[in-house]
Write a protein that binds this ligand. Structure first.
Ligand SMILES: [Zn+2]
Length: 273
């Protein structure tokens, strides 16, 4: 599933353009085709199609794992979930299988929401907070200081792994970057959030930022056929490496299941609480 660095990389590509297509900032939407009704979470697809006609993409950003397109007074949101991706194609190309929503642009390009597994969603909203309002802070928000982070951790009494995956606690982390950050910080995934010291909280916040920064620098991780172009999968220290040696100490990485999620850690570097 795309996490913060993958979504950031997609937003960057759409914003900056690539060898294959121009930037989408400033592009006007001529028409919209919805091929899978349930991909459109809000409003009903008739209104979605009608309201988007003639809108211009003013800004492309990211909040947590959401792609955020600011239009003229409206916001278009995408959540890619398991297998969603955004492609920019020439209008001359045939619409590919698994295309769920297509946006025909005035520049003779088409923005395609491609999503084989159909869990991804798109919203068109007057007030983006309707969906984004419940999200916790961005990991890179300068107001999220080590002290604020420590207080947030101590207020809740939850195991670190499921807590960091909770988008209301901090936005953008998924399974990969949570496992990598906990290994970097030397904290066991089952450690309770109210039992870590201020210096450990500070180290954890620094590690979250470091692994996300590395992920962004490497254009995210391509761990399956869904998200392509990333390189971070070649630099995992624990994720999907069970049985292989820890890069710090050589102990074999272990895998446990926490809240139904496969969780990878080093039993020596991340001692059990
Ligand atoms: Zn180790």
């Amino acid at each position: 599933m795309p996490e913060l660095p993958e979504v950031e990389s997609i937003a960057n590509r759409l914003r900056m353009g690539s060898d294959l297509h121009p930037s989408l900032v400033g592009a006007r939407i001529l028409s919209v085709q919805v091929y899978w009704q349930r991909s459109v979470a809000k409003p009903l697809s008739e209104s979605f199609i009608e309201e988007l006609k003639g809108q211009t993409i003013r800004r492309i950003g990211r909040r947590g794992k959401f792609l955020v397109f600011d239009l003229d007074g409206l916001t278009l949101l995408f959540h890619l979930r398991m297998s969603g991706d955004l492609w920019v194609e020439s209008m001359a190309q045939a619409v590919a299988p698994h295309s769920r929503v297509c946006f025909e642009l005035a520049s003779n390009y088409r923005l395609t929401f491609h999503d084989p597994r159909k869990f991804g969603r798109v919203w068109l909203l007057e007030d983006a907070d309707e969906v984004l309002g419940e999200l916790g802070p961005e990991p890179f928000d300068p107001q999220l200081t080590a002290e604020v982070f420590f207080q947030r951790l101590s207020r809740v009494r939850r195991q670190l792994k499921p807590l960091l995956l909770d988008q209301r606690f901090i936005a953008g982390l998924g399974n990969i970057y949570t496992d990598e950050a906990l290994h970097c910080a030397g904290l066991h995934p089952l450690t309770r959030s109210d039992q870590i010291r201020p210096d450990q909280a500070e180290r954890l916040l620094g590690c979250i930022r470091a692994v996300l920064e590395e992920g962004i620098r490497r254009n995210g991780a391509s761990i399956d056929w869904v998200y392509r172009g990333g390189d971070f999968q070649n630099y995992f220290r624990v994720y999907k490496r069970s049985g292989l040696p820890c890069p710090n100490c050589g102990m074999p990485i272990q895998r446990i299941t926490v809240g139904q999620r496969g969780t990878h850690f080093c039993p020596a570097c991340q001692p059990a609480p």
